[in-house]
Write a protein that binds this ligand. Sequence first.
Ligand SMILES: *Cc1c(COP(=O)(O)O)cnc(C)c1O
Length: 396
Amino acid sequence: MTSKNLVKVLEESLQDLRDKGLYNQIDTLDEANGPEISIEGKKVINLSSNNYLGFATDPDLIAAANKATEEYGVGAGAVRTINGTLKIHNELEATLAKFKKTEATIAFQSGFNSNMGAIPAVMTKKDAILSDELNHASIIDGCRLSGAKIIRVKHQDMEDLRAKAKEAVESGLYEKIMYITDGVFSMDGDVAKLDQSIDICEEFDIITYVDDAHGSGVMGKGAGTVKHFGLSDRVDIQMGTLSKGLGVVGGYVAGKQVLIDWLKVRGRPFLFSTSLTPGAAAAAKAGVEKLMTSDEPVTKLWDNADYLKQGLVNLGFNIGHSESPITPCIVGDENLTQQFSTRLREEGVYAKSIVFPTVPRGTGRVRNMPSAAHTKDQLDRALAIYEKVGKELGII
Ligand SMILES: *Cc1c(COP(=O)(O)O)cnc(C)c1O
């Protein structure tokens, strides 16, 4: 007999979430996650996907995936360290290293896995990690798994970083100290102040780790936030995703050869979980090659992002302090935010509401993710719907 207690506890926990309005109903897309999507037969303009460059449905990437699938099969057959390393994996890593201008890279099955693999491989319970308080869940989990002392740093607060870095170094308690931050923060779209934080870290000889999930394919002509600031040879560990800007799935870590050699023997998801499918590896490689040969996808993304942002500001919306394509429309009140998102969707715009506890209380927002694949017409239609619903609900 299965456990009655488990069912009871889970049912109560789910009810609790529903009572608090925190239960997330998952929508299913009828077709590809493109600039317009269909949900339950209804077409809506999609402003919720991380598919920044539209690469998820790019014909060149699809062709590369199909070709590699024919050549290598649908699965890699093993973990990388047994015999699941196919030529296409090595080719992807070599291409990524060229793109990132680092000595080497290592590919993981996801961005999440990259953090879960790399952080505990480098940091131990003898160490300390200075972590921005708004860092992504996968960073938090990777840090916890490492056993290192986690020191939360106030969001983007350089005074706080300096004080805590100094204190950690002077305490003499730790073998190594790392500073870890998102390159682009996903809720406000603000960009990490790497120009300042890296100086502070160098002053105290602190290891630097940038998670560039939302910067890959977006910042620095696609090569990321570290490249954007011209810091490629001053950041120890750059993590990126193949799932957002590159539209496929997977993640990677870029850095010195010695770091990558170490991760290949100590990055647990690399050692104990089957490697990327050949199709995904080939599609991601084709995506990186596209970015290396043409500025067009990234330029188009920023054009569209600027257009949408300006349009929303002109209508009177508060888009906070976004510095990236991630564009929040800050509403404030939680219930009004939910209502706003629901009405937008009824009128034809799919933009998700984000409320407490994901963001601080009273800062509920609808988050927009424009992409290179949107047409001006789609953005104009979206803005017209924003105007209509915003006025209707008294937000503008
Ligand atoms: C999305 C995200 C990840 C996880 O990436 P996946 O490739 O989706 O697993 C890691 N870090 C940050 C900051 C992210 O936004």
